[in-house]
Ligand binder design. Sequence first.
Ligand SMILES: NC(=O)c1ccc[n+]([C@@H]2O[C@H](COP(=O)([O-])OP(=O)(O)OC[C@H]3O[C@@H](n4cnc5c(N)ncnc54)[C@H](O)[C@@H]3O)[C@@H](O)[C@H]2O)c1
Length: 249
Amino acid sequence: MKFESRTAFITGAAGRIGRALARELGGYGVKLYLADIDFEGVEKVCARLKKENIEAHPVKLNVTNDRQIVQTAKEVLTRAGRVDILVNNAGHWPKGSILDTDDDLWQGTVSLNLTGVFRVSRAFLPSMVKNGYGRIINLGSIAGEVGLPGYCAYSASKAGVIMLTKTMAMELASCGITVNSVSPGLIQDAAAPHRGTWLGRSGTGEEVARAIAFLASDDSGYITGVDLPVDGGRILGPKGADWRPPKTV
Ligand SMILES: NC(=O)c1ccc[n+]([C@@H]2O[C@H](COP(=O)([O-])OP(=O)(O)OC[C@H]3O[C@@H](n4cnc5c(N)ncnc54)[C@H](O)[C@@H]3O)[C@@H](O)[C@H]2O)c1
């Protein structure tokens, strides 16, 4: 994949997908600003990457705090000169059906998963528009595509992320900025068996990272407004009980 002297800002970078993405992009020589509310976590990630000769800077950021976001964007842009790739990855998935979701759970989930994407994008966009270049990748979820019972606020917040992505893609196309989302299915550290997916296993952070990296690369210039599921076929048609895989000779 091609990356022409690029700099990336990744939120939620201490987590499973963020860590894998940092290593993937860093391997292509992308300079990294790794943000997380868990500062010790991103410090550790940066220290590990440094041993692999990857340039990575830890940033403390709570994406639900707009003042912090504005200040952080200012500081990072001053230090880095430019940010070409923005990955809005921070998120959480608290349980709660419509019957047991109170206002705090609803607001907290929307504030982190959806408003966070909006605010962080808003803070970095003026400089991307000025540069005439940008790659924004937002983390959706298959829950935001087809719903997930028991995760009412989460599913709604991720549906919002996918639609915000498409709208941003249209609004920013003439500025040289592409905006896409990646929607993981069940992702774990090890590819554990998972009967609910057609591929029969859960995915790994590295597999999601590679999909994000492609959309972040210079090679994806004609792709915008796409939501890419990375889910082992989880949201394809149901796995019927009477289906038998073809016999191999
Ligand atoms: N893992 C999955 O199965 C899965 C499935 C679908 C979608 N996703 C999405 O992928 C993204 C990353 O998931 P993950 O599996 O790496 O999760 P994770 O829990 O491993 O990492 C999330 C990171 O976000 C950080 N974070 C939490 N609140 C924050 C805040 N207010 N400000 C800044 N950072 C904050 C956490 O400290 C953590 O490091 C999320 O948006 C998630 O919804 C994950």
